[in-house]
Design a protein around this ligand. Structure first.
Ligand code: PEP
Ligand code: MG
Length: 566
């Protein structure tokens, strides 16, 4: 069991910093911090490069960029899986023709290399930021490359994470993908960041490495390297200079929990035998095949839009059928819930032709794209139906961002006309409130707690400043989940949860107590959730749910549930 602020005895010197839990687990170790990034002096004070030296200056730049790329490629060769991919992608970006040419052009105009690098990166940062979505996320990578190339040009050590001599906890403002990708989980045993949210890149990598992680930790900046801290990825706390014996006991308890998770093989059920399907969230065939190696009983959310983020033209029905068929094939005959394109907002798709909107999270996204472009949904359903026929599967199909029973009915009618089983996501408070009327039209519901939290709390899920609001333990969010789950129980139709909330073992028990019938989470979280659920009774889950619902803050909801479930 993880320590929580309420269960950790406070000593006069220790301080508990509150952040947002991202990956469960407890570690106690000294802090390390990434090496300082070079101050981005654009070199404007430096004199223009004499015409006769410009070629040499350009060569100095290309050599530096090549050295940076080479080092990244070398690290990629020694890493594996997602880490290797991130490093290789960043290496490619360091050699990207467009930015190399933009830099060389500036050097050709007489700018010193450092100034040219800074200006060229600024140009691309502005462009990517304006494009938004995934492109905007590359901005951190671009700045990272800029810093590495400038350090190389100035003969300084490469910025980034030092290799510690003893197991350590890496604390930083935020981490560039390339920094987190090369981490050795035996030496960097936990992560804590001042910025970022539970779905940030740092959290995703920590989950893959299997190390605890807390993000958006207030006051973390003031904790210097070398300080002993305890990171609790379940309660979202960083305890500075805790009592050593208490900290080591908490680490041992968490390790026991992790071992239980490793020995859990499903199927999902409470200790007293109440069945709850434990499913995986996937984004393509490869992820589905990986998930099929875990105890996941099926796929609770296949995010189809993630297959097409780089496409400028709509994939054909046949192409879609092939892609969907890969996921169905990986879970051969078992439950797979396919979500129709959730395009828009933070996941724009070029071929959808999104309107220019001031507030895309409240705009034409999810099912709403079908209004102006009904053919896209029809062709996707044709693709899913073809994949179902080809694999002999019977997938369930759900629509994202449903707000009204009328939208649910229209989607259900069309989905049934393709011989498929329709459901909808509950991500909008209006849909949660009218879940009973929506269930008159569809066969199941799946609660997307990421967006449900964003829209309930009126807080952007990407905002680090608002991370306390975008916490699915918020009692207001739990109250809406309770309404939707109760509506399902009343008519005997399944209501699952497929947002990040289902990846938190304690919260998963609370969701079961509220009445949900399945939990779908990142594959890495499946065992932890299943193992935790197997240790508690349905009555405990219900008691924890009632206790959490009766609170007024997310922190109190966590503590109240923990008191019942621990
Ligand atoms: C959700 O909103 O909880 C969800 C599962 O959908 P996504 O995270 O893809 O928006
Ligand atoms: Mg969503």
């Amino acid at each position: 069991m993880s320590a929580t602020p309420s269960s950790t005895s406070l000593r006069p010197t220790e301080t508990v910093l509150q952040g947002i839990p991202a990956v469960a687990g407890v570690q106690y170790a000294p802090v390390i911090r990434p090496g300082a990034r070079p101050t981005v002096d654009d070199g404007s004070a430096a004199a223009a490069v004499d015409e006769s030296n410009r070629q040499g200056e350009a060569a100095r730049f290309t050599t530096a960029a090549a050295a940076v790329a080479e080092r990244l490629r070398d690290r990629a060769a020694h890493a594996s899986g997602a880490a290797s991919e991130v490093l290789a992608t960043t290496a490619t970006l360091a050699q990207d023709r467009a930015w190399i040419a933009a830099t060389e052009k500036r050097i050709g105009e007489g700018n010193p290399a450092v100034r040219a690098v800074t200006a060229a990166v600024d140009q691309f940062v502005t462009m990517f930021t304006q494009l938004g979505g995934l492109m905007a996320e590359r901005v951190t990578d671009l700045r990272d490359i800029r810093d590495r190339v400038i350090a190389e040009l100035n003969g300084l050590p490469e910025p980034g994470v030092p290799v510690p001599e003893v197991p350590s906890i890496l604390c930083a403002d935020d981490l560039a993908p390339v920094d987190t990708a090369g981490l050795d989980p035996a030496l960097v045993v936990a992560l804590a960041t001042t910025l970022g949210g539970p779905t940030s890149h740092t959290a995703i990598i920590a989950r893959q490495l299997g190390i605890p992680c807390v993000v958006a930790v207030g006051g973390l900046d003031a904790v210097p390297a070398g300080t002993m801290v305890m990171v609790d990825g379940s309660s979202g706390t960083v305890t500075v200079e805790p009592d050593e014996a208490v900290a080591r006991r908490a680490v041992e308890l968490a390790r026991g929990q992790a071992e239980l998770a490793r020995s859990w093989h499903g199927p999902g059920a409470t200790a007293d035998g109440h069945a709850v399907a434990i499913l995986a969230n996937v984004q393509d065939g490869a992820a589905a095949r990986a998930a099929s190696q875990t105890p996941a009983e099926g796929v609770g959310l296949f995010r189809t839009e993630l297959c097409f983020l780089n496409r400028s033209t709509e994939p054909s029905v046949d192409e879609q059928a092939e892609i969907y068929g890969e996921v169905l094939g990986a879970f051969d005959g078992r439950k797979v819930v396919i979500r129709t394109l959730d395009a828009g907002s933070d996941k724009p798709l070029k071929f959808v032709g999104h309107p220019d909107e001031a507030n895309p999270a409240l705009g034409v996204r999810g099912i709403r794209i079908a209004d102006g472009n009904p053919g896209i949904l029809t062709r996707q359903l044709e693709g899913i139906a073809a994949a179902a026929r080809a694999t002999g599967s019977a997938p369930w199909v759900m629509a994202p961002m449903i707000a009204t029973p009328a939208e649910a009915k229209a989607f259900a009618d069309e989905t049934r006309s393709h011989g498929l089983t329709p459901g909808v996501m509950i991500e909008v408070p209006a849909a949660a409130l009218l879940a009973d009327r929506i269930l008159e039209h569809v066969d199941f519901l799946s609660i997307g707690t990421n967006d449900l939290t964003q829209y309930t709390m009126a807080a952007d899920r990407m905002s680090a400043e608002l991370a306390t609001l975008t916490d699915p333990w918020q009692p207001a969010v739990l109250a809406l989940v309770a309404i939707a789950a109760k509506a399902g129980v009343a008519v005997g139709k399944p209501v699952g949860v497929c947002g990040e909330a289902a990846a938190d073992p304690q919260l998963a028990c609370v969701l079961v107590g509220l009445g949900v019938s399945s939990l779908s989470a990142a594959a890495a979280a499946v065992s932890g959730v299943g193992a935790k659920l197997a240790q508690v009774t349905l009555a405990q889950c219900r008691e924890a749910a009632d206790a959490a619902l009766a609170t007024a803050t997310a922190a109190d909801a966590r503590a109240a549930a923990s008191a019942v479930l621990s």
